[in-house]
Design a protein around this ligand. Structure first.
Ligand code: GLY
Ligand code: MN
Ligand code: MN
Length: 434
């Protein structure tokens, strides 16, 4: 880790929180990382992910029952869980250069510090049973404060960009292994196993459940099965899978095919369209405009590849590209895969979605420091095509050709892109290029 970058990151967070607390009239904030939750009163817990507002402050994977207290003008306080419990791993005091920037305090329980809090206190994170006794001075997840903090999360610090870039490097190792496993004839479960091993992850530590879809299953956008069955033919692999570094996620999709004809050409076409859209990224550009440009690009591909005989404008007016590309172009990326505040137009919380494209998760104008995904797709989704053909008799579609392409499922290419002062930096292609 680059300690200087972390130090500047911490200074930025302290500034942001100080401003937000003063605007909302709080003296301090307690941030909870969350706790383990037991499954069905039995012998294991649900996979744990630290709450983003806690993870954001710390350069390691934050443990359950960690709390942060920030009071403007003071060093932030890290209450680390100093449990004495011979059944489980006992947490040790966090270490590293960065700890000098903090006041570290071991805490076995909230009773060690909660009663001593004075002043008007905001609490960010899940409710805690101990809070009830102290509820008079603590406000749980105040909306005004959280909306200011959420809005700011879109602007990544250099430290955060480093984490996101590293998360791309880890995921790309997995993507390479997955492609090899596909070409080697593995099942979805086999491809997934190789992905996890090569990217250094367990299923429980992925930023989201990796999508590993062979053949027609690539037409299911969030295909969740990972079959152990080996298909007789390996036509397509669509893999949408990421990794995490200090809580920051990568979210990468690649599509591979063994085809050398029409589907391979279409795949090359979607890849070229994706790079075209990437090239347009710079501050001031509207994501809604890029999304429309992508829909027009999909229409052009349908025309070029003789899937639809109608011109681009006519296709758009009949919503034909939307049947092949029904999701949004991308979203903010950070501690959450679909990072917060993509529709939020101001720190005060005004939200705006795109009524024509309800699945587009990002309607903010692009600004320096944002990290976004760019993920166009083109799929043969039987239920959407059937609906389109029934609703629009003059569809211009070559239904025989579509039947030939359905067994390939679909295509998605997804990169993670940083908006820079003058353009962009593609964290994913940079990782693949190494
Ligand atoms: N991995 C989910 C998405 O691409 O948004
Ligand atoms: Mn994805
Ligand atoms: Mn995505």
């Amino acid at each position: 880790m680059n300690t200087q970058r972390y130090s500047r990151h911490l200074a930025t967070l302290m500034e942001r929180f100080e401003r937000a607390l003063s605007q909302t009239g709080f003296d301090q904030v307690v941030i909870s990382a969350g706790s383990l939750v037991i499954v069905a009163e039995d012998d294991r817990a649900y996979p744990y992910t630290p709450r983003a507002y806690a993870q954001q402050w710390l350069p390691y994977d934050v443990l359950p029952d960690t709390f942060i207290i920030f009071k403007p003008g003071e060093k932030p306080r890290l209450l680390w869980p100093a449990r004495q419990d011979f059944w489980h791993i006992s947490p040790t005091e966090p270490s590293g250069d960065w700890t000098g920037m903090w006041h570290l305090q071991p805490a076995e329980s909230l009773d060690d510090w909660l009663p001593a809090l004075t002043g008007r206190t905001a609490w960010i994170g899940p409710e805690h049973p101990a809070l009830e006794q102290h509820a008079k001075s603590v406000e749980l997840n105040p909306t005004a404060l959280k909306s200011i903090l959420a809005y700011d999360r879109a602007y990544k610090t250099e430290f955060e960009v480093d984490c996101l870039a590293e998360a791309n490097v880890c995921a790309v190792r997995g993507h390479r292994a997955a492609r090899d496993a596909f070409l080697g004839g593995q099942s979805e479960a086999g491809v997934y196993r190789d992905y996890l091993a090569a990217s250094g992850q367990l299923e429980s530590t992925e930023p989201y459940s990796g999508i590993i879809a062979l053949n027609e299953s690539a037409a299911t956008l969030h295909y969740e099965r990972r079959s152990f069955e080996t298909p007789s033919q390996h036509r397509t692999l669509l893999i949408d899978a990421g990794a995490k570094v200090n809580g920051y996620a990568s979210d990468i999709t690649r599509t591979h095919t063994t085809d050398t004809g029409r589907f391979a050409d279409l795949l090359a076409g979607v890849d070229a369209l994706q790079q075209d859209i990437n090239a347009a990224i710079k501050p001031g550009v509207k994501m809604t405009d890029l999304h429309r440009k992508t829909q027009a690009g999909v229409a052009q591909l349908l025309l070029d590849h003789k899937i639809c005989s109608l011109g681009v404008e006519e296709q758009l007016s009949k919503k034909i590209p939307q049947a092949f590309y029904p999701h949004g172009l991308g979203h903010l990326l950070g501690l959450h895969v679909h990072d917060v505040a993509g529709h939020q137009q101001s720190p005060e919380g005004e939200v705006r979605s795109d009524p024509d494209n309800p699945f587009l998760r990002l309607t903010r104008t692009l600004e320096e420091g944002m990290v976004i995904t760019i993920e166009p797709g083109l799929y043969f989704i039987p239920m959407l095509l059937k609906k389109l053909i029934e609703a629009e008799p003059l569809h211009g579609l070559d239904v025989d050709l579509i039947e030939q392409l359905k067994p390939y499922g679909g295509i998605r290419i997804e990169d993670n892109v940083l908006v820079t002062a003058t353009g962009h930096r593609n964290l994913t292609r940079e990782a693949f290029d190494v």
